[in-house]
Design a protein around this ligand. Structure first.
Ligand code: FES
Length: 84
């Protein structure tokens, strides 16, 4: 087992159409810019079954609701910028 942090983005059609389509790119850029691609296991998932509260991005065990390409950076900072 490695100790990578996990990011799971919902790629179900509802979340995808309402913004996760763009958030995927924002997250990928974020991982690159902060040089943490190797430390993070970032992958997609099918619908989490709670579309009304989406779009969802799960980071570690926290399910972030109503994520957008505007607020995702702040959400990522909370997890990945703690030590700075
Ligand atoms: S599509 Fe994301 S929770 Fe359903």
């Amino acid at each position: 087992m490695d100790n990578k942090k996990e990011i799971v983005i919902c790629l179900g059609s509802s979340c995808f159409a309402r913004g996760n389509k763009y958030s995927v790119k924002v997250i990928n850029n974020y991982l690159k810019e902060n040089n943490i691609e190797e430390e993070v296991y970032f992958h997609g998932n099918h619908c989490f079954g709670k579309c009304d509260k989406g779009p969802f991005v799960k980071i570690e065990d926290v399910m972030n609701e109503k994520v957008s390409s505007e607020n995702i950076t702040g959400i990522l900072d909370k997890t990945f910028k703690k030590k700075n």
